[in-house]
Design a protein around this ligand. Sequence first.
Ligand code: KIV
Length: 271
Amino acid sequence: MSVNKEIKKITTNTLQKMKANGEKISMITAYDFSFARIFDTAGIDVILVGDSASNVMAGNETTVPMTIEHMIYHAQCVVKGIDRCLVVVDMPFGYYQSNSDIALASAIRIMKETGGHAIKLEGGEEVIDSVKRIVSAGIPVMGHLGLTPQSIYKFGTYNVRAKEQAEADKLRNDAKLLQEAGCFAVVLEKIPAHLAKEVSESLEIPTIGIGAGKYCDGQVLVMHDMLGINTEFKPRFLRQYLNMHEQVTGAVQQYISDVKQKDFPSDAESY
Ligand code: KIV
């Protein structure tokens, strides 16, 4: 299915209707103005200003070092580039886990200073009070279950989550709690496809999968992975649509050669 040009602005209600109509939701990460503009013009439904910025923009190993100031900066840049899509901004580690007062203050700050449309946070039962208070303040919240990268030091690995009964049961329960608390959608990261299917069918709100199979109501990928800017990260769930690393390397090598050969600039490229 191609882009629905009838939709002038994607809202959380639009996503709800998409689920009801069986139209899959497309989501991609972005961290700057220029890519946000390309993705929005291409017709993406949702841009996630992910705290994966920590990995792909800042070069950190985990998302843990990200601050609220970093997230606000990236979100401000993205928001300037979009007209149509919904912009969701990740709450960084340490700005919502300790108590719901801090969580609410962080969410309000992100909304006020960025112009983003919603926030995302990781976790289930542990963060339910925060989710409820943020939703009560009128801020749309996207949940995130399964592999939650901010907890990497608890998990120890980036392997598939919820393969065991106990963890799968917790995830089912967390998904229900997030829906009851007022989340408008929930990301399911790196869990078995059959579990994602069951959760997607049991919820009224849309699920957005990453490494969670084809039965989710939408899919999200990190832009650097799907465009092939990264070369090292090739998990099974990733479909790479471009090899930007190779293409950019070739272009820059050509430019270097043109400069060295005194081929650039030409007379036509001079004043
Ligand atoms: O930060 C991020 O990019 C994310 C996606 C992987 C869902 O949370």
